[in-house]
Design a binder for this molecule. Structure first.
Ligand SMILES: Cc1ncc(COP(=O)(O)O)c(C=O)c1O
Length: 364
């Protein structure tokens, strides 16, 4: 077996969900488990989140919802965007709760429904990715309300910059409140209202409405360095491997593809079986570090598809020693944010990219 794996701390997931549930109560928490639960493993995370107090789950794809249903999860599953209209039968087959924002999808679901199907009408208030325009929203709400096969269970929106631009987020909240007012004035009943992602839930109490949709916070990561640091969220993912091979080389030796970095002194290089095919970004080649025996060591050269090389100098390190790529070892901690900062991206992308080639080990 390959000695490289991802440790997922389900206790941390449960802790994070209860911290967020306490924060937003009486609003409900919907745990966003799309993209294989941001790389953490959809079914175990979904179960842990539901057991810890999340009342619903959300996914991006019909296939993601189907996987949860096949695993026996019966909590409500919100589909965050409309799939192609041909997927309408699959939405019903798997008992998913679709976001709707186009007439063809609303009509397709209405035509297929044999008993009332709950739908969540999504209104675009400024994200400009998917959603009904405010001009269309009222008409769609009427269409849904008049369709015997459909139940307008919720109206919702999504923030574009909740973690970094309070002004624009307040504008989105105002636009959304105006839409809710217009719908209600038109006699439309809106049983559930939701808007906030993790950053919105933390920073904008007025945007918690009846439910928040938390993704990154579920995994113990902050939506941005300045957001949620005081909530005590615990990162759930660690990425771990073991030293597979060690060689001694003279100073000036340039290990790995491209021969980019000379060893500064005579010393040893440890090869560790994790690479960019596993989600370790190749862009970390020049600045990435790993933890072995509780100390930081720099990479000795380019990240390859299946291996990294680590400059361990003359320290006492042996084949089989554990190597932490992301996570804690002793007093040291490498966070997903450290990788993200080094390569100019966000922690979301780092954890989502930890690939399916790596087995997940779940604790407890
Ligand atoms: C529509 C929608 N709601 C909620 C979320 C969760 O966002 P976050 O991970 O920032 O909490 C996402 C994630 O991208 C999303 O697309």
């Amino acid at each position: 077996m390959r000695p490289t794996w991802v440790d997922i701390d389900l206790d941390a997931v449960a802790h994070n969900i209860s911290a967020l549930t306490n924060l937003v109560a009486p609003a409900e928490v919907c745990a966003v488990v799309k993209a294989d639960a941001y790389g953490h493993g959809d079914v175990p995370v979904a179960e842990a989140a539901i057991n810890a107090g999340a009342s619903r789950l959300a996914v991006a794809l019909v296939s993601e919802g189907a996987r949860l249903r096949e695993a026996g999860i019966d909590a409500p599953i919100l589909l965050l965007s409309e799939p192609p209209v041909e997927s309408a039968p699959a939405i019903l087959q798997w008992g998913l709760t679709p976001a709707v924002y186009t007439r063809p999808m609303i009509e397709a679901l209405a035509a297929l429904a044999t008993s009332p199907v709950s739908v969540h009408l999504k209104i675009d208030t400024g994200m400009h990715r998917v959603g009904a325009s405010s001009a269309d929203a009222l008409g769609f709400a009427d269409l849904i309300s008049e369709s015997p096969g459909l139940d307008l269970a919720a109206v919702w929106t999504h923030f574009a910059v909740a973690e970094e631009d309070a002004g624009f987020t307040r504008t989105q909240i105002e636009r959304f409140d105006e839409m809710l007012h217009a719908l209600r004035s038109d006699g439309i009943r809106v049983p559930l209202v939701h808007a906030a992602n993790t950053a919105g839930a933390i920073l904008f109490p007025e945007a918690r409405y009846d439910m928040v949709r938390v993704g990154i916070g579920t995994y113990g990561l902050q939506p941005a360095p300045s957001v949620g640091g005081d909530l005590g969220l615990r990162p759930a993912m660690s990425v771990v491997s073991k030293v597979a091979h060690i060689r001694r080389h003279p100073a000036g030796t340039r290990p790995s593809y491209g021969r980019r970095r000379p060893l500064p002194s005579n010393g040893r290089v440890a090869s560790v079986p994790i690479g960019y095919a596993d989600g370790m970004p190749r862009l970390l080649s020049s600045a990435g570090e790993v933890l072995i025996r509780g100390r930081r060591y720099p990479l000795a050269g380019t990240v390859t598809m299946d291996y990294i090389v680590v400059d361990i100098g003359n320290d006492e390190i042996e084949v089989g020693d554990e190597v932490v790529l992301i996570g804690r070892q002793g007093d040291e901690h490498i966070r997903a944010e450290e990788w993200a900062d080094l390569i100019g991206t966000i922690n979301y992308e780092i954890v989502c990219q930890i690939g399916p080639r790596m087995p997940r080990r779940y604790r407890p």
